[in-house]
Design a binder for this molecule. Structure first.
Ligand code: GLC
Length: 497
């Protein structure tokens, strides 16, 4: 066989293998039906009490203790702290009472050693958060902290975007870390208490953390505040904004559930709320953990490897591992390494060990690189070539790049199609589309994937139309970006706390 023939045969074999992979990543309308039905079932199950929250594989469905939605007239200046994926943000939020707010903020990257080290302590992490809070206060509000212990108390909302077993509006214990955090010693501890203690130790005894919230809940509340067609919850009807969700480093969503359906709420709490005339409560689904039992989720061998070999929380958040920004690049990396092992790609490297170091390193391939490849229409996919060279130091041939682009599109499409499932399920379960005359609903979203990944939103919409909601239902759903809403939402929570 001539060199050219050999080259052609390898290219064909690669195309064949990629055809199979693309088919494996496909989410059919039948699968969407199955997934949506299973999601609804899991929501109902999750609203009932569970034996052991740490080991339970079901949907966490965490009551947030937020029982109303803002209508945009709320006013005040409040502090907010926000620990999300890799950043910590402290801000002061001024709510103007006319659906708008302004914000002063300071963002810091969490030091690697706190993210990566199982033996780091909670005190180290929360001490760091408190020191960043002090830096913010010194820069933006020095006058507020001058009096020390006798200074005027300041109210703060704390957005903490990990699964927390919330016991009241301002307390909750960490069930488990997600998104790569590892500090073992925080699990089971009250995260508000940990933060509050460190604030005290760091010259900030005047700050009172009065509300604890998840980023989805924050996003939902700030979306309600900003949206000026919100009905008041006092009407007893679910108002137009129905879901708050995040598609970023992680993925998750929350919605308004009828208190009477939240079986797991302690009887006395439930009675008190109902006696006060409250009808609904925001529930944080933690949908990243949808179908941890893998009853219906599509699963490739790459998903298994990522979960078992490379992730910090094996067995949990399996939906997130197929959908969110933290994992999209890792799925592609695993596929590429496997294709190389099978002798189908990157023939210049004879063994796995010879592959560029970055291609061998888990989580090194950022979803941002995929977003460039996704829309590359340059001749010979030059953009893709540069992107892969820059990010992974990986040279590629034009035909390899063509196949890599097909893989990227299959991976992102699976993610966006799966992302439609919880939205369809929540809308169906709550019957929202039938509750109002026009039945139009809003979904407030935030996160890098929904904001920046090219085509993600339209693929998600497409999947909504293919889901049991159908094209008719899909048309009534408005997906709205609520940028950085999670911090403003924490401030709104602190206002009512
Ligand atoms: C992860 C967290 C969840 C958070 C989401 C988005 O799934 O467990 O609490 O809302 O990421 O940041």
């Amino acid at each position: 066989m001539s060199f050219d023939d050999l080259h052609k045969a390898t290219a064909q074999a690669l195309t064949g293998a990629v055809d199979e992979l693309v088919a494996e990543f496909e989410v059919t309308p039948e699968k969407l039906d199955q997934l949506t039905a299973h999601f609804i079932e899991q929501m109902e199950k999750g609203l009932k009490p569970t034996e052991d929250k740490a080991t339970d594989k079901g949907l966490p469905m965490i009551p947030s203790f937020v029982t109303g939605t803002p209508n945009g007239t709320e006013k005040g200046i409040l502090l907010a702290a926000d620990l999300g994926g890799t950043n910590f943000r402290v801000c002061s939020v001024e709510l103007h009472g006319d659906h708008t707010y302004t914000m002063e903020q300071m963002k810091s990257k969490i030091p690697e050693e706190l993210l990566d080290d199982e033996n780091a302590t909670s005190e180290q992490l929360f001490g760091y958060l408190a020191r960043r809070t002090l830096a913010f206060m010194k820069k933006f509000h020095p006058e507020q902290i001058e009096g020390g212990i006798s200074a005027k108390p300041l109210r703060m909302g704390f957005t903490f975007s990990y699964p927390v077993d919330q016991t009241s509006l301002n307390s909750g214990t960490l069930i488990r870390w997600t998104k790569g955090f590892k500090i073992a010693d925080t699990i089971g501890r009250d995260v508000v208490q940990l933060y509050q203690d460190e604030l005290k130790k760091n010259e900030l005894p005047m700050i009172n953390v009065v509300a604890l919230t998840n980023d989805t809940v924050g996003t939902f509340l700030s979306h309600c505040y900003a949206s000026d067609n919100t009905d008041s919850m006092t009407t007893g009807e679910i108002s137009e904004p129905v879901i708050g969700c995040i598609f970023g480093t992680g993925t998750n969503g929350c919605y308004m559930e009828e208190i009477k359906n939240i079986v797991k709420l302690p009887a006395d709490v439930k009675k008190k709320l109902l006696d006060e005339g409250k009808t609904h409560m925001v529930v944080n689904t933690e949908w990243g953990s949808f179908d941890n039992e893998l009853k219906v989720l599509p699963t490739t061998k790459y998903d298994v490897d990522i979960d078992q070999k490379y992730s910090a929380n094996p067995g949990f958040h399996l939906f997130e591992k197929r959908v969110s920004g933290m994992y999209l690049g890792e799925v592609l990396r695993n596929v590429l390494v496997d294709l190389h092992k099978r002798g189908l790609i990157f023939a210049q490297y004879r063994t796995e060990k010879q592959l560029p170091h970055r291609l061998q390193t888990p989580f090194e391939l950022d979803s941002e690189v995929l977003s460039h490849i996704e829309i590359d229409d340059s001749t010979g996919l030059r953009e893709t070539e540069l992107s892969l060279l820059q990010s992974l130091r990986l040279p590629t041939t034009p035909s390899e790049r063509h196949e890599i682009q097909r893989l990227v599109r299959a991976i992102s499409r699976r993610s966006a199609y799966l992302a439609a499932v919880p939205i369809a399920a929540i809308i169906l379960k709550t019957g929202t589309l039938n509750k109002r005359y026009h039945g139009e609903v809003e979904v407030g979203c935030d996160g890098s994937v929904i904001e920046y990944y090219p085509g993600f939103r339209s693929m998600l919409r497409h999947a909504l139309a293919l889901s049991p909601l159908g094209a008719e239902g899909e048309r009534k759903i408005h997906i709205k970006l609520s940028k950085d809403g999670s911090s403003a939402g924490a401030a709104l929570c602190a206002l009512v706390a």
